[in-house]
Design a protein around this ligand. Structure first.
Ligand code: HEC
Length: 104
C-alpha cells in the first residue's frame, strides 16, 4: 500500500514535466534564416539589432545581400566580414538577408 502511494505520487510529480515537454514540442520551428544569421549576432547584436558593429537588421534584404556578396568576392585573406561571407552559399546569404530584413 505504502509502495503504491509512492509510485502514484512519483507519477504526479512527473506530470508537469511531461506537459512542459509536450508544450515545447509545439513551439514553432526557428526560421532557417535566423539560424543562419545567428552567427552574426555576436558582433552585430542579438537579431542584428546592435549594440555592436553596424546594425544589420531592418535594412532591405537586397542591400544586405549585395554587401555580403561584395565581401565574399574579396576572397580569402581579406577582412573579417569576407571570412564570414565565404562560409555561406549564395542561397544561404539570400535567406539570412531576407530574415534580417524582417527585423524592425
Ligand atoms: C567577428 C565579428 C563579426 C561577425 C561575426 C559578423 N560581422 Fe558583419 N561586420 C563586422 C565588422 C567589424 C564590420 C565593419 C567592417 C567591415 O566591413 O569589414 C561588419 C560589417 C557588416 C556589414 C556592412 C554594414 C554596413 O552598413 O556597411 C554587413 C551587411 C554585415 N557586417 C553583415 C554581417 C552578417 C550577415 C553576418 C553573419 C553572417 C556578420 N556580419 C557577422 C563584424 C562582424
Amino acid at each position: 500500500m505504502q509502495c503504491k502511494r509512492l509510485v502514484l505520487s512519483g507519477a504526479a510529480a512527473l506530470l508537469p514535466f511531461l506537459l512542459a515537454t509536450a508544450a515545447q514540442a509545439q513551439t514553432p520551428p526557428v526560421p532557417a534564416g535566423r539560424l543562419l544569421a545567428s552567427n552574426c549576432f555576436q558582433c552585430h547584436g542579438t537579431n542584428g539589432k546592435g549594440p555592436g558593429f553596424e546594425r544589420i537588421a531592418g535594412k532591405s534584404s537586397l542591400e544586405v545581400y549585395k554587401e555580403l556578396k561584395e565581401m565574399k568576392a574579396g576572397g580569402e585573406g581579406q577582412g573579417l566580414m569576407t571570412k564570414h561571407a565565404l562560409g555561406y552559399t549564395d542561397a544561404q546569404l539570400r535567406e539570412l538577408s531576407q530574415w534580417l530584413s524582417t527585423q524592425r
